[in-house]
Write a protein that binds this ligand. Structure first.
Ligand code: BGC
Length: 428
């Protein structure tokens, strides 16, 4: 099969965010941020209060950290030593779903089963010790509305989670009930934070000068420290749930993906940029090019391998394509397909950067941009070829020489560390 060049070029154009559009997205993002500060209902950003500011770096003590944000749940025992230092003393991790064995995230699973499974992990992390008192920080990475640091109610599942009976509930109540059922009364949940908040706390604890925390992985979202400058309110981290940002120009593949998703109409930015969806978008384009109505099951890891194929003949691309779609393609088509994967990743990095710049503009106001880090965790940022370099490129495009004030830093494992820090901060 030879890919029709002009149809192909149109598709690449559909996935291209040019300089002008990039600036519009950044400006719209800032606009929604300002709107949301005045009234979250008037904005596509949820602007959720976290009831936490930034740590001093001097937080100390041993804590349990529960990291629940994707199919892999982790529980860690972490000792904070102050001076930005810490040690992970124990770590247990298990997937919430193993195909053919069990599934605590899909339709048909219940809150009780899900949190029962998590309580089992907590039990492992404390080695079955039901005596010693443990304070627990919980990184719960779904949109939740909070009334204080420890009270978070799940608004809506994202990332295709569909477990019944969790939406609308206070998640630490579900956790407490599950712990109690297992006879664990010595673990006290003290804080619930979003993973973006955890990443920001972890980065601020270690290196200071960080006001924006972001996840660029299976899901996507960003938080920042709102200074409430000139107001009596203390600075607080706001979880934007920026994956729900709407002022975008979705193409027909984005629309098809959204329509077929668990929550149509929700998380429009996330569905255009995150690891959970990029492979699917890529597959939708290929299905159109091949004239088939099939879900080939491409993942962002496949896209990464496709982009990384620097052989002249593009044998790896050909192999992956054959494997997933059954089609034999020649080198020229393999080059096209590689270009398509790159275009999807580059668009993703540019849209994500536009959201960062919207926040930077808001933070700077009419003052010069402060020198700072943006803390990012996640597999797409860390491993996806073209992601980091296109973030930097787009930062320079939007900020000009001010971009030298900002760098992005990888904050691996921030979700666990941040939960421990939040538990420590809850004692103040
Ligand atoms: C969730 C966010 C989370 C992000 C990254 C999104 O789907 O809505 O709360 O921060 O994924 O895990």
């Amino acid at each position: 099969m030879a890919i029709d060049s002009s149809a192909f070029q149109n598709i690449i154009d559909d996935f291209t965010v040019d300089a002008e559009h990039l600036r519009i997205v950044a400006a719209d993002f800032r606009y929604d941020l300002r709107k949301g500060l005045a009234d979250p209902d008037a904005s596509s950003l949820r602007m959720l209060k976290s009831y936490v500011g930034l740590p001093t770096g001097e937080e100390k003590g041993e804590y349990l950290a529960l990291d629940f944000g994707g199919t892999n749940v982790r529980v860690l025992r972490i000792r904070l030593d102050g001076d930005g230092k810490f040690e992970v003393l124990k770590k247990v991790a298990k997937p919430l779903r193993i195909a053919g064995q069990y599934d605590y995230v899909g339709k048909g699973s219940t809150a009780e089963e899900q949190f029962g499974f998590i309580a089992g992990l907590v039990d492992e992390a404390i080695d079955g010790d039901h005596e010693t008192k443990f304070l627990l920080g919980h990184t719960f990475s779904f949109p939740s509305s909070q009334t204080d640091l420890n009270n978070a109610r799940l608004i809506i599942w994202t990332k295709e989670f569909a477990t019944a009976g969790v939406e609308g509930q206070v998640v630490n109540d579900l956790l407490l009930a599950a712990l109690k059922k297992r006879g664990i009364e010595n673990v006290e949940p003290r804080a619930v934070i979003n993973d973006t908040v955890a990443v920001l706390l972890a980065a601020a604890y270690k290196r200071g000068a960080t006001y924006i925390g972001s996840i660029y992985a299976t899901g996507h979202n960003t938080c920042y420290l709102e200074p409430y400058a000139g107001e009596a309110t203390a600075p607080m981290v706001l979880n934007l749930e920026s994956g729900g940002f709407m002022k975008l120009a979705p193409n027909r593949f984005d629309t098809a993906l959204d329509e077929a998703s668990e929550k149509p109409g929700e998380q429009r930015l996330e569905k255009m940029v995150s690891g959970r969806y990029m492979g699917e978008l890529f597959g939708l384009v290929l299905a159109e090019l091949f004239g088939e109505k099939k879900d080939y099951g491409f993942t962002s890891i496949d896209m990464s391998s496709i982009i990384n194929d620097d052989t002249k003949e593009k044998h790896n691309v050909q192999g992956i394509l054959k494997d997933k779609t059954g089609h034999d393609i020649d080198t020229e088509d393999a080059e096209h397909i590689q270009e398509l994967a790159s275009a999807i990743v580059i668009r993703s990095a540019r849209l994500v950067t536009a959201s960062y710049v919207g926040i930077l503009w808001q933070l700077a106001g009419d003052k010069p941009l402060e020198k700072q880090h943006i803390a990012i965790d996640g597999s797409v940022y860390e491993k996806m070829p073209l992601a980091k370099e296109n973030i930097m490129r787009a930062l320079y495009e939007l900020l000009g020489e001010d971009a030298a004030q900002v760098d992005t830093v990888l904050e691996t494992g921030g979700s666990g560390l941040g939960a421990a820090i939040a538990a420590a901060m809850s004692q103040k």
